[in-house]
Design a protein around this ligand. Structure first.
Ligand code: BEZ
Length: 387
């Protein structure tokens, strides 16, 4: 009798467990395509950490779905981008792509995402075309367009009264578009760009270009570099003694996540960006504390963008209770969300780009400290986006 009872209870438990299992939705597959090597490696790492932190804070689920991660190191190499993104789309059959850092790689990702109708959340790369001519309902960005930080630094430098500026950057989409945004605002404000200096990505042989800056003596220099390249550039600029005579400005990537390595060479540099380390709000303070406790490291703008990429995905999944087949309702919700970001609340434009405050910051110790709002609620012009 006892054996029979044990058998029936065990069978019932098994049936119950398998029924519960068949009802649990399959995990949502998220494919990270980010750099794990090269000059942008730490940027990719912090984006992934930020994304996972938000998911962890939600108990490991978004919209009731477990999240399963897949990963490809894109090496910030556009020539490998199509093959790399297809590893996630075709081999791993991910539901959502999250990537990347480098604008040239992101352009290839956006093309593949459009062709396969895969949802893409861009957690850094600013390539203007992604929320311009390539815009579409299945692409959204949690970061910025290259135009935005370039434009806001142009506003600030014109307001400071500089008349003659030189620019310096890597010759690829992010560098060129950031400089273009800078020139638009700087020249509108009465300044003139004397000369644009470039070198190929990711080269760091700055010496000849620094010699040219010293010879031309502009009122100020505007630079776009990021990651390891930004560390070397800021140090070389100071080592050449230029920081004593020609003020160096940049979009915030010049000093974000890099200050410890740049040391005294970066102190005092003004940049603009959609984040400042010491924004004294409950949201930012809680985020930074949670990030520091989890990763034993300070958060930076890349961590914020990763965190917000997960928040945007959550908004979509919550709207459809995790039912990924309701794509229209989901992507609509991802456009309508007001993201409660550590940077401050922001909305998403119809083209899929954040509409956000741009801050003037100054490098002080290991922090990019808030100084003022450079441009309030700056929206990318989304040139060429037809919806
Ligand atoms: C870009 O390629 O879009 C980019 C890379 C690093 C920082 C910011 C932008």
């Amino acid at each position: 009798m006892k054996t029979l009872f044990n058998f029936t209870t065990a069978a019932a438990a098994l049936l119950f467990a398998s029924a519960a299992h068949s009802q649990a939705p399959a995990p949502l597959k998220v494919g990270f395509m980010l750099p794990a090597t090269g000059t942008f490696a730490s940027l990719g790492n912090n984006i992934e950490s930020g994304f996972k932190l938000f998911v962890q804070e939600q108990g490991g689920k978004l919209g009731g779905r477990e999240i399963q991660y897949f990963k490809v190191d894109d090496e910030s190499d556009p020539s490998k981008a199509t093959d790399n993104v297809n590893k996630l789309i075709k081999r791993d059959q991910v539901d959502v792509l999250v990537g990347t850092v480098h604008s040239g790689v992101a352009l290839a990702m956006a093309k593949a995402a459009k062709e396969s109708n895969t949802l893409l959340i861009v957690p850094n790369a600013g390539a203007d075309a992604i929320t311009g001519p390539m815009c579409g309902p299945n692409i959204v960005r949690s970061s910025f367009s290259n135009w935005q930080p370039g434009y806001s630094t142009g506003v600030v430098m014109a307001q400071k009264g500089y008349k003659r500026a030189m620019t310096i950057t890597w010759n690829y989409a992010a560098g060129n578009e950031t400089v273009k945004g800078f020139a638009e605002a700087f020249e509108k404000g009465g300044g003139k760009v004397m000369k644009d200096l470039t070198l190929p990505f990711p080269n760091v042989e700055f010496q000849a270009l620094l010699t040219e800056i010293a010879a031309q003596k502009p009122d100020a220099v505007f630079a776009f570099f990021a990651g390891g390249g930004a560390v070397k550039f800021v140090k070389d600029y100071a080592a050449a003694g230029l920081n004593k005579s020609i003020p160096l400005y940049g979009s915030g990537f010049l000093t974000d996540g890099t200050l410890e390595a740049q040391g005294s060479a970066a102190q005092g540099i003004f940049t603009t960006l959609h984040y400042a380390d010491n924004l004294d709000t409950p949201r930012n303070n809680a985020f930074r504390k949670s990030y520091a406790l989890t990763y034993k490291a300070n958060a930076d703008v890349y961590a914020v963008q990763g965190y917000d990429a997960a928040q945007i995905l959550a908004a979509g999944l919550n709207a459809v209770k995790g039912d990924f087949s309701k794509r229209d309702a989901m992507t609509t919700a991802m456009r309508k969300v007001v993201v409660d970001s550590p940077r401050g609340k922001f909305t998403i434009s119809p083209a899929g780009n954040p509409v956000q405050d741009m801050f003037l910051r100054q490098a002080t110790g290991n922090y990019n400290e808030f100084r003022s709002v450079a441009v309030k609620a700056l929206a990318d012009p989304a040139r060429g986006c037809k919806l």
